[in-house]
Write a protein that binds this ligand. Structure first.
Ligand code: AHR
Length: 495
């Protein structure tokens, strides 16, 4: 019998409403053939696919990062406004950017899909001056060159974009015009100054390490923050996980342990620079790219699809991983760790949303499917509002390359009188569970679970292999967790 003890006084932090956001990049079939396909049979008057739009709306996303990613480091936002649009080569993904979808179109899409936009500025080929002009175009009412141009291009009201990323993965050799930490720190500091002079209300995100495996990590983060600490509100970090060749399922499902270590280290760098600067200002983490990403052939049963076909075309296939249930389990473990670190992480963006390592996949001019990871992400969207509480877990153990660890990985969210308990059962065995809530056995009101064959996938022909179900509650004080399953329990205190 496993036990989870919850004490309402063990508060980690209020959960930021931006904690589970997402990301749409001009990459592969994310925009063209993804959200936008004017030749599809069911579209809005602007040419956006209504099936994709409906699935995005169901997630009720707070924020979507845009337009990149690596793409932004070669992108001139002025190419995507006005009536004279020219196709350009995108060197990041070796595709053609037709510039049919630009700033206005995406801002209109954000209204249709009901999310706010987290805009990235180009810190590769772009300049602080162009970043300032973009803020002016988006956020100044009228009366200046760029605000007047926005009005001329059809939007009288400013877009009022609050969150701004100062570039993307500028530490990476693959980035168009990558920089050293000192070069980036100086450039981003100057951009931040100009952008804030134009609109002091904006929040800025510094481009931190693209991964802990980068040779420059964590010196990069320290050095850029020494230039930028008081300019920014967030330090961005990115992390993707895969089933490595020598991993067991238990190892893979425990990837969250590595994420926790990365969050902890990156946040320590923030704290170090805060102390160094004697600053009273707080900076938090923006984990603005995270997901499962199989970048190289792994085990036979995995669909790898990291293809880079059709160079120099519009909307070619790029990294269209098919996710199975094992991926969804690992993914849910990451969600739980993000909740448990909500005192440090205030924004996270699932990378990405459509067709590129994505929960939503489309056929060109055809069907749409929600991949296995769509559903755990939706559970996070529905149940993560409130205050995170640190649980004490007592369960059987499993053997992993991290050592012998508990088979249950768990996070708790308190929302008024309701406790939402996120549980990943990593063991292949079913587990009986009691939840002790503030000293008494908790009463289970709802139990949503997702389970299935480890390599089951949702495909266009079989879209419903992996779905959440409402478990019948036979005993409201004792729960059965299926082996290798995703669970959300909703509990109340017993009176
Ligand atoms: O999300 C895909 C790519 O991964 C992004 O463009 C880049 O920032 C990261 O390397």
């Amino acid at each position: 019998m496993a036990t989870i003890k919850i004490d309402q006084d063990y508060i980690i932090s209020e959960i930021s409403p931006l904690l589970f956001s997402s990301f749409i990049e001009h990459m592969g079939r994310s925009v063209y053939h993804g959200i936008y396909e004017p030749t599809h049979s069911e579209i809005t008057k602007e040419g956006f696919r209504t099936d994709v739009l409906a699935s995005i709306k169901e997630l009720n996303l707070p924020l979507v990062r845009y337009p990149g990613g690596n793409f932004v480091s070669g992108y001139n936002w002025k190419d995507g406004i006005g009536t004279k649009r020219k196709p350009k080569l995108d060197l990041a993904w070796r595709q053609i950017e037709p510039n049919e979808i630009g700033l206005h179109e995406f801002m209109h899409y954000s209204k249709l899909a009901n999310f706010d936009v987290m805009m990235a500025v180009n810190m590769g080929t772009g300049t602080p001056k162009e970043a300032g002009e973009l803020v002016e175009y988006c956020n100044i009412n009228s009366g200046s060159e760029y605000s007047n141009l926005r009005i001329k291009n059809g939007d009288l009201s400013p877009f009022n974009i609050k969150y701004w990323c100062l570039g993307n993965e500028m530490d990476g050799s693959w980035q168009i015009n990558s920089l050293t930490a000192d070069e980036y720190g100086r450039k981003a500091h100057e951009a931040a100054k100009v952008m804030r002079w134009i609109d002091p209300k904006i929040s800025l995100i510094a481009s931190g390490s693209s991964g802990p495996w980068q040779p420059t990590y964590p010196v990069w983060d320290r050095v850029i923050l020494e230039h930028l600490y008081d300019d920014v509100n967030f330090l961005s970090i990115h992390r993707y996980y895969s089933l490595e060749k020598d991993f067991s399922t238990a190892d893979y499902l425990s990837s969250h342990i590595d994420l926790e270590k990365y969050i902890d280290e990156a946040f320590s760098v923030i704290k170090y620079v805060k102390a160094l600067k004697r600053s009273k200002h707080d900076v938090f983490l923006s984990l603005d790219e995270w997901n499962i990403w199989h970048q190289k052939p792994i085990k036979e049963e995995k669909v790898y699809n990291n293809n880079y076909e059709d160079e120099w075309t519009v909307g070619p296939r790029r990294v269209e991983n098919t996710f199975d249930f094992e991926d969804a389990l690992t993914f849910f473990g990451l969600i739980i760790s993000i909740i448990n670190n909500c005192d440090k992480v205030k924004i996270s963006c699932l990378a990405q949303l459509v067709n590129v390592i994505a929960p939503i996949m489309t056929e060109n001019n055809g069907r749409m499917v929600k991949q296995t990871i769509y559903y755990p992400f939706q559970l996070a969207r529905i149940f993560s509002e409130g205050v995170a509480i640190k649980p004490i877990v007592d369960s059987e153990t499993i053997n992993t390359h991290y050592g012998i660890i508990k088979s249950l990985h768990c996070a708790v969210v308190k929302n008024e009188n309701e406790y939402r308990v996120f549980i990943l059962n990593k063991s292949p065995e079913d587990s009986e569970l009691n939840v002790i809530l503030n000293g008494n056995l908790g009463i289970v009101r709802k139990h949503i679970s997702i389970s299935g064959q480890l390599h089951a996938k949702n495909t266009f022909d079989y879209p419903n292999q992996i779905l959440p179900i409402d478990e019948p509650i036979n005993d409201e004080k004792k729960i059965t967790l299926k082996g290798q399953s995703i669970n959300v329990l909703v509990l109340k205190e017993s009176k």
